[in-house]
Design a protein around this ligand. Structure first.
Ligand SMILES: *[C@@H]1O[C@H](CO)[C@@H](O)[C@H](O)[C@H]1NC(C)=O
Length: 297
Protein backbone atom coordinates (compact mmCIF):
# COMPACT_ATOMS: atom_id res chain seq x y z
CA UNK A 1 0.00 0.00 0.00
CA UNK A 2 2.72 2.40 1.06
CA UNK A 3 4.84 1.51 -1.94
CA UNK A 4 1.86 2.18 -4.19
CA UNK A 5 1.45 5.68 -2.69
CA UNK A 6 5.15 6.35 -3.09
CA UNK A 7 5.08 5.07 -6.62
CA UNK A 8 2.16 7.40 -7.33
CA UNK A 9 3.98 10.37 -5.83
CA UNK A 10 7.11 9.64 -7.85
CA UNK A 11 5.04 9.38 -11.05
CA UNK A 12 3.36 12.69 -10.25
CA UNK A 13 6.75 14.30 -9.66
CA UNK A 14 8.08 13.00 -12.96
CA UNK A 15 5.04 14.11 -14.94
CA UNK A 16 5.06 17.46 -13.16
CA UNK A 17 8.65 17.87 -14.23
CA UNK A 18 7.57 17.63 -17.84
CA UNK A 19 6.74 21.15 -18.82
CA UNK A 20 3.89 21.37 -21.21
CA UNK A 21 4.35 23.88 -23.99
CA UNK A 22 1.56 24.84 -26.38
CA UNK A 23 2.25 26.22 -29.81
CA UNK A 24 0.51 26.69 -33.13
CA UNK A 25 2.10 25.72 -36.43
CA UNK A 26 4.44 28.47 -37.61
CA UNK A 27 5.00 29.94 -34.16
CA UNK A 28 8.22 29.88 -32.14
CA UNK A 29 8.51 27.45 -29.25
CA UNK A 30 10.77 28.49 -26.39
CA UNK A 31 12.37 26.05 -23.95
CA UNK A 32 14.16 27.38 -20.86
CA UNK A 33 16.52 25.08 -19.09
CA UNK A 34 16.60 25.60 -15.29
CA UNK A 35 20.22 24.48 -14.87
CA UNK A 36 22.95 27.04 -15.03
CA UNK A 37 25.90 25.07 -13.72
CA UNK A 38 27.15 22.48 -16.17
CA UNK A 39 30.11 21.57 -18.28
CA UNK A 40 28.17 20.26 -21.24
CA UNK A 41 24.54 20.80 -22.17
CA UNK A 42 22.59 18.63 -24.58
CA UNK A 43 19.31 19.61 -26.22
CA UNK A 44 17.43 16.74 -27.83
CA UNK A 45 14.12 16.11 -29.49
CA UNK A 46 12.57 12.63 -29.17
CA UNK A 47 16.01 11.29 -28.15
CA UNK A 48 17.66 12.80 -31.24
CA UNK A 49 20.37 15.37 -30.76
CA UNK A 50 19.64 18.95 -31.62
CA UNK A 51 22.76 20.58 -30.21
CA UNK A 52 25.50 19.92 -27.66
CA UNK A 53 27.31 22.82 -26.06
CA UNK A 54 30.64 22.67 -24.21
CA UNK A 55 30.61 25.55 -21.75
CA UNK A 56 34.38 25.75 -21.28
CA UNK A 57 35.35 25.90 -24.91
CA UNK A 58 32.05 27.26 -26.25
CA UNK A 59 32.13 24.56 -28.89
CA UNK A 60 28.79 23.37 -30.26
CA UNK A 61 27.96 20.14 -31.97
CA UNK A 62 24.77 20.08 -34.02
CA UNK A 63 22.60 17.12 -34.79
CA UNK A 64 20.88 16.32 -38.07
CA UNK A 65 17.35 16.87 -39.23
CA UNK A 66 14.98 19.67 -40.21
CA UNK A 67 14.38 20.78 -36.67
CA UNK A 68 18.11 21.44 -36.15
CA UNK A 69 18.09 24.12 -38.87
CA UNK A 70 15.22 25.92 -37.12
CA UNK A 71 16.81 25.64 -33.64
CA UNK A 72 18.64 28.47 -31.99
CA UNK A 73 20.56 28.13 -28.73
CA UNK A 74 20.59 31.24 -26.57
CA UNK A 75 21.77 32.08 -23.12
CA UNK A 76 19.29 34.35 -21.40
CA UNK A 77 18.52 33.72 -17.72
CA UNK A 78 19.79 30.24 -18.44
CA UNK A 79 20.33 28.04 -21.46
CA UNK A 80 17.39 28.57 -23.82
CA UNK A 81 16.35 26.80 -26.99
CA UNK A 82 14.13 28.42 -29.60
CA UNK A 83 12.46 26.47 -32.38
CA UNK A 84 11.06 28.80 -35.03
CA UNK A 85 8.44 27.96 -37.62
CA UNK A 86 7.04 25.08 -35.59
CA UNK A 87 5.73 22.12 -37.60
CA UNK A 88 3.34 19.33 -36.65
CA UNK A 89 6.20 16.85 -36.54
CA UNK A 90 7.99 18.96 -33.92
CA UNK A 91 5.39 17.87 -31.37
CA UNK A 92 6.71 15.54 -28.70
CA UNK A 93 9.33 15.43 -26.04
CA UNK A 94 12.22 17.87 -25.72
CA UNK A 95 14.98 17.41 -23.21
CA UNK A 96 17.57 19.62 -21.66
CA UNK A 97 20.40 17.55 -20.20
CA UNK A 98 22.89 19.44 -18.04
CA UNK A 99 25.62 17.03 -17.01
CA UNK A 100 22.99 14.33 -16.44
CA UNK A 101 20.35 16.56 -14.83
CA UNK A 102 17.23 16.36 -16.94
CA UNK A 103 14.44 18.76 -17.70
CA UNK A 104 11.85 17.42 -20.10
CA UNK A 105 9.18 19.30 -22.03
CA UNK A 106 6.17 18.16 -23.92
CA UNK A 107 5.41 20.26 -26.97
CA UNK A 108 1.84 20.24 -28.21
CA UNK A 109 1.21 21.69 -31.64
CA UNK A 110 -2.40 22.81 -31.69
CA UNK A 111 -4.07 23.65 -35.00
CA UNK A 112 -7.44 25.32 -34.85
CA UNK A 113 -9.10 26.11 -38.14
CA UNK A 114 -12.43 27.04 -39.62
CA UNK A 115 -13.43 26.66 -43.25
CA UNK A 116 -14.18 28.56 -45.40
CA UNK A 117 -13.00 31.44 -43.13
CA UNK A 118 -13.38 32.94 -39.66
CA UNK A 119 -16.00 35.30 -41.17
CA UNK A 120 -19.01 33.06 -41.63
CA UNK A 121 -22.29 33.94 -43.23
CA UNK A 122 -25.46 33.27 -41.30
CA UNK A 123 -27.03 30.01 -42.46
CA UNK A 124 -23.97 28.89 -44.38
CA UNK A 125 -22.00 25.71 -43.90
CA UNK A 126 -18.75 25.64 -41.96
CA UNK A 127 -16.15 23.17 -40.81
CA UNK A 128 -14.33 23.57 -37.53
CA UNK A 129 -11.27 21.52 -36.83
CA UNK A 130 -9.03 21.16 -33.84
CA UNK A 131 -5.96 18.97 -33.96
CA UNK A 132 -3.50 18.45 -31.15
CA UNK A 133 -0.19 16.91 -32.14
CA UNK A 134 1.90 15.37 -29.39
CA UNK A 135 -1.07 14.18 -27.35
CA UNK A 136 -0.61 10.47 -26.80
CA UNK A 137 -3.56 9.50 -24.64
CA UNK A 138 -6.31 10.87 -22.49
CA UNK A 139 -9.84 12.06 -23.20
CA UNK A 140 -10.62 13.11 -26.77
CA UNK A 141 -10.08 16.66 -27.93
CA UNK A 142 -13.30 18.71 -27.86
CA UNK A 143 -14.58 22.03 -29.07
CA UNK A 144 -16.26 24.29 -26.52
CA UNK A 145 -18.63 26.61 -28.37
CA UNK A 146 -19.31 30.21 -27.27
CA UNK A 147 -22.41 28.93 -25.45
CA UNK A 148 -20.23 26.60 -23.35
CA UNK A 149 -21.31 23.20 -24.69
CA UNK A 150 -18.84 20.58 -25.83
CA UNK A 151 -18.68 19.46 -29.47
CA UNK A 152 -16.49 16.99 -31.36
CA UNK A 153 -13.07 18.19 -32.47
CA UNK A 154 -14.06 17.83 -36.13
CA UNK A 155 -17.29 19.71 -36.35
CA UNK A 156 -19.55 20.31 -39.33
CA UNK A 157 -21.96 23.22 -39.02
CA UNK A 158 -24.79 22.77 -41.50
CA UNK A 159 -26.27 26.17 -40.81
CA UNK A 160 -24.22 28.82 -39.00
CA UNK A 161 -26.27 30.55 -36.29
CA UNK A 162 -25.79 33.91 -34.58
CA UNK A 163 -24.94 31.98 -31.39
CA UNK A 164 -21.90 30.49 -33.17
CA UNK A 165 -20.21 33.89 -33.14
CA UNK A 166 -17.58 34.37 -30.45
CA UNK A 167 -14.72 32.42 -28.96
CA UNK A 168 -14.53 28.72 -29.65
CA UNK A 169 -12.09 26.83 -27.44
CA UNK A 170 -10.33 23.67 -28.43
CA UNK A 171 -10.09 21.76 -25.17
CA UNK A 172 -7.79 18.90 -24.33
CA UNK A 173 -6.29 17.50 -21.21
CA UNK A 174 -3.02 15.91 -20.27
CA UNK A 175 -2.00 14.51 -16.93
CA UNK A 176 -5.15 15.80 -15.31
CA UNK A 177 -4.64 19.35 -16.53
CA UNK A 178 -6.87 20.98 -19.11
CA UNK A 179 -5.50 23.15 -21.88
CA UNK A 180 -7.25 25.18 -24.50
CA UNK A 181 -6.63 27.08 -27.69
CA UNK A 182 -9.00 29.83 -28.84
CA UNK A 183 -10.55 30.53 -32.20
CA UNK A 184 -12.56 33.66 -32.89
CA UNK A 185 -15.54 33.33 -35.22
CA UNK A 186 -17.56 36.20 -36.65
CA UNK A 187 -20.99 35.70 -38.11
CA UNK A 188 -22.24 38.15 -40.71
CA UNK A 189 -25.74 38.42 -42.07
CA UNK A 190 -25.57 37.84 -45.81
CA UNK A 191 -26.44 41.03 -47.72
CA UNK A 192 -28.55 39.14 -50.25
CA UNK A 193 -31.04 37.66 -47.80
CA UNK A 194 -31.60 40.96 -45.99
CA UNK A 195 -32.29 42.81 -49.25
CA UNK A 196 -34.35 40.14 -50.98
CA UNK A 197 -37.54 40.48 -48.92
CA UNK A 198 -37.33 44.30 -49.29
CA UNK A 199 -36.95 44.15 -53.04
CA UNK A 200 -39.80 41.66 -53.39
CA UNK A 201 -42.00 43.91 -51.29
CA UNK A 202 -41.03 46.87 -53.45
CA UNK A 203 -41.85 45.04 -56.63
CA UNK A 204 -45.24 44.12 -55.14
CA UNK A 205 -45.82 47.76 -54.18
CA UNK A 206 -45.03 48.83 -57.71
CA UNK A 207 -47.11 46.19 -59.43
CA UNK A 208 -50.18 46.42 -57.23
CA UNK A 209 -51.19 50.06 -57.89
CA UNK A 210 -50.85 49.57 -61.64
CA UNK A 211 -53.36 46.74 -61.39
CA UNK A 212 -55.72 48.70 -59.13
CA UNK A 213 -55.63 52.11 -60.81
CA UNK A 214 -55.80 50.85 -64.40
CA UNK A 215 -58.51 48.22 -64.40
CA UNK A 216 -59.69 47.87 -67.99
CA UNK A 217 -63.52 48.09 -67.88
CA UNK A 218 -64.67 44.75 -69.15
CA UNK A 219 -68.12 43.92 -70.57
CA UNK A 220 -68.58 40.19 -71.20
CA UNK A 221 -64.82 39.97 -71.16
CA UNK A 222 -64.34 42.60 -73.86
CA UNK A 223 -63.06 46.14 -73.40
CA UNK A 224 -65.18 49.11 -74.53
CA UNK A 225 -63.25 49.80 -77.73
CA UNK A 226 -63.87 46.22 -78.86
CA UNK A 227 -67.60 46.85 -78.56
CA UNK A 228 -67.23 50.10 -80.59
CA UNK A 229 -65.44 48.19 -83.38
CA UNK A 230 -68.11 45.45 -83.33
CA UNK A 231 -70.90 48.08 -83.41
CA UNK A 232 -69.36 49.99 -86.32
CA UNK A 233 -68.71 46.71 -88.13
CA UNK A 234 -72.35 45.63 -87.74
CA UNK A 235 -73.58 49.02 -88.99
CA UNK A 236 -71.35 48.78 -92.07
CA UNK A 237 -72.59 45.24 -92.80
CA UNK A 238 -76.27 46.33 -92.44
CA UNK A 239 -75.72 49.38 -94.71
CA UNK A 240 -73.97 47.21 -97.33
CA UNK A 241 -76.84 44.71 -97.27
CA UNK A 242 -79.38 47.52 -97.70
CA UNK A 243 -77.44 48.96 -100.62
CA UNK A 244 -77.10 45.53 -102.27
CA UNK A 245 -80.83 44.78 -101.82
CA UNK A 246 -81.81 48.20 -103.26
CA UNK A 247 -79.47 47.86 -106.23
CA UNK A 248 -80.78 44.37 -106.91
CA UNK A 249 -84.39 45.59 -106.82
CA UNK A 250 -83.61 48.56 -109.02
CA UNK A 251 -82.01 46.36 -111.67
CA UNK A 252 -84.92 43.95 -111.52
CA UNK A 253 -87.45 46.74 -111.77
CA UNK A 254 -85.63 48.32 -114.72
CA UNK A 255 -85.87 45.03 -116.52
CA UNK A 256 -89.58 44.76 -115.68
CA UNK A 257 -90.24 48.37 -116.74
CA UNK A 258 -88.41 47.82 -120.02
CA UNK A 259 -90.60 44.79 -120.66
CA UNK A 260 -93.80 46.60 -119.64
CA UNK A 261 -92.69 50.00 -121.08
CA UNK A 262 -93.50 51.56 -117.87
CA UNK A 263 -91.81 54.04 -115.49
CA UNK A 264 -89.32 53.27 -112.88
CA UNK A 265 -90.22 51.33 -109.76
CA UNK A 266 -89.28 52.08 -106.29
CA UNK A 267 -86.94 50.56 -103.79
CA UNK A 268 -88.70 49.78 -100.59
CA UNK A 269 -86.19 50.59 -97.96
CA UNK A 270 -86.21 48.38 -94.88
CA UNK A 271 -89.37 46.53 -95.65
CA UNK A 272 -90.58 44.36 -92.86
CA UNK A 273 -91.29 40.74 -93.45
CA UNK A 274 -95.00 41.45 -93.34
CA UNK A 275 -94.80 44.37 -95.81
CA UNK A 276 -92.72 42.60 -98.42
CA UNK A 277 -95.42 40.50 -100.08
CA UNK A 278 -97.69 43.58 -100.24
CA UNK A 279 -95.00 45.70 -101.83
CA UNK A 280 -94.26 43.06 -104.37
CA UNK A 281 -97.88 42.95 -105.26
CA UNK A 282 -98.04 46.72 -105.61
CA UNK A 283 -94.76 47.13 -107.39
CA UNK A 284 -96.23 49.58 -109.85
CA UNK A 285 -97.13 52.03 -107.16
CA UNK A 286 -94.18 54.42 -106.34
CA UNK A 287 -93.40 54.37 -102.66
CA UNK A 288 -92.66 57.71 -100.95
CA UNK A 289 -89.56 56.70 -99.10
CA UNK A 290 -86.77 59.23 -98.95
CA UNK A 291 -83.95 56.77 -99.37
CA UNK A 292 -85.34 55.72 -102.70
CA UNK A 293 -84.51 59.12 -104.30
CA UNK A 294 -80.93 59.03 -103.10
CA UNK A 295 -80.40 55.58 -104.48
CA UNK A 296 -82.02 56.40 -107.81
CA UNK A 297 -79.93 59.46 -108.48
C1 LIG B 1 -8.01 28.32 -21.28
O1 LIG B 1 -6.66 28.46 -20.97
C2 LIG B 1 -6.32 29.61 -20.22
C3 LIG B 1 -4.84 29.62 -20.01
O2 LIG B 1 -4.17 29.40 -21.19
C4 LIG B 1 -7.09 29.60 -18.89
O3 LIG B 1 -6.84 30.78 -18.20
C5 LIG B 1 -8.57 29.47 -19.16
O4 LIG B 1 -9.27 29.35 -17.94
C6 LIG B 1 -8.84 28.26 -20.01
N1 LIG B 1 -10.24 28.23 -20.35
C7 LIG B 1 -10.99 27.17 -20.18
C8 LIG B 1 -12.41 27.31 -20.55
O5 LIG B 1 -10.55 26.14 -19.73
Amino acid sequence: MRTAVWFGLVLAAVSAARNVILTKPGQTAIFECPFNKYRSLIWSHENALIVRIEKKTGMTHKGKGGIVDRAKQKNLKGPTLEISGVKDEDAGEFTCNADGELQTYLLFVVSVSVKPSADLQLGSKAQLQCQVKGLMQGPPVKWRNPGGSLQPSELQLDSVARSDAGTWKCMFSHDGLTYNESLEIRVTEPATTTHLPDSSQNSKDFSNPSCVTNPPPLLLGLSWWMWVIIGVGCLVVVLLMVIIICLYRRIKRKRVSKENHRGEGSCGAFPTAAERPQQRRRREKPSPVLLQHHLME
